[in-house]
Each structure stands twice: as C-alpha cells, then as structure tokens.
Design a protein around this ligand. Sequence first.
Ligand code: AMP
Length: 222
Amino acid sequence: MRLALLGPPGAGKGTQASRICEAFDLLHLSSGDLLRAEKLNNSPLGKKIREYIDNGRFVPDELMINIMQNKITALIRQGFVLDGFPRTLSQAEALAKMLTALQRPLWLVVNLAVDPAVLTRRFEGRRICPVCLSVYHIELMPPMVADVCDHDGARLVIRPDDLPSVVRTRIQTYHQTIAPLLAFYRSGALLCDIDASGSVDQVWGLIKNRLESCGAGNERLQ
Ligand code: AMP
C-alpha cells in the first residue's frame, strides 16, 4: 500500500499517518520531519531550509522533490504513507512520474478537511519534542508528564512555525496551492475525502473504515 495524506497545517496528517502505519505496517514518510531533521544538522542545506520553514513558506519544489525522491527510491519495496508531500501540483506530477517508473503507483490519497475554527484551537495547544520530534497537544494529546516528552524526557517546545503569524501564512499558502492538487487526484479517481474536524479517535475511525472498505490489509493489495 502506498498512500498520501493531504490537508491544511493542523489537520492531523502526522498523527493519523502514525496510526495508519501502525495498523497496516507501513512506513511513515513526513516531508516536514525530513526537513526539520536536516534543519537540526545546521548544514548549509539545513540553514537554507530553516529560512523557508520558520517563515511558513514552502521549500522550493525542486529541492523538496529531490529529497523525497531519494527517500522513496530507497524505500520503494516497503509500503508507505506520505505525510506533507506532495503539496503542489508539480510535486504531485513528479511523484506520479517517479512511482510509475518504479512500477509502484499510489494506492489512495486521503484528503483531511477541517473546519478553520478547529484548526486555530489545535495550533494553540500543539507542542513538539526538540529531540525526537514527537508531537503532542496540551489538551487533546497530552504527554504523561506536563511539558515533558514521553520518549526521552526532553522539555516540549512550540514549533517556531506554529506561532500565530506564521500559521496564518502557512494556511494561506495551503489554500493557494491545494485546488489543482485536489483536481489532479480527483481526475485520477485516487482521492478519498475525510472530515477531520473531530477528535483523533473519531478521525482515525473514519480513515480506518474507509481504508478497509477499499481493501486495506488485503494481501493482494500489499
Ligand atoms: P509540516 O510538518 O508538514 O507542517 O511541514 C512544515 C513545513 O515544512 C511547511 O510549512 C513547509 O515550510 C515545509 N514543507 C513540508 N513539506 C513540504 C512540501 N511538500 N513542499 C514544500 N515545503 C514543505
């Protein structure tokens, strides 16, 4: 199975991608996590990436496609969930081209749609572990000990791009770029729309039902 998750920042792509991967034994490929890991390296590439991410702007297509192509090609024998990629029509076209060349096309694209008021609330409480990059929410998905990562004990922080002014730019950019992407996948009959305004468990229930009704977990589709 090869899936991609679409949705605005705060839609829960990362959280739901982790659940899908756990349930169906797939790899989670998050473009944002790959970029943040590179940013932590403080390499020349990391510094370039920081300028885009911390200002809520998209990393240029060519760079993003290159990073994802290397990763996907190395892992193509395994099923995966793409989280945050593609985000533009050129990325979607490049992805289709690389997967066709590898004879492993996408199986389904899940579009997480969220009420804007719900998005604002989600951002206000989101926290991240600066060490392992695990994501929490102070009310909806709190760590076991307040402000401390369950996995490594590091103190949780607010992602620089979760600050309100940056979030506004990110959501605006999302709305400017999403229409052609949705049209691209709708025309290929790959798109599955999910209402992602509910709780993590509710949204997961909707996604799981949908994937199972499409045959997920069925050996023939692996
Ligand atoms: P995310 O963790 O998916 O919300 O991504 C965080 C940030 O990484 C985004 O706001 C962009 O700056 C950058 N980013 C992630 N994925 C992409 C992508 N597919 N294309 C361009 N920039 C991206």
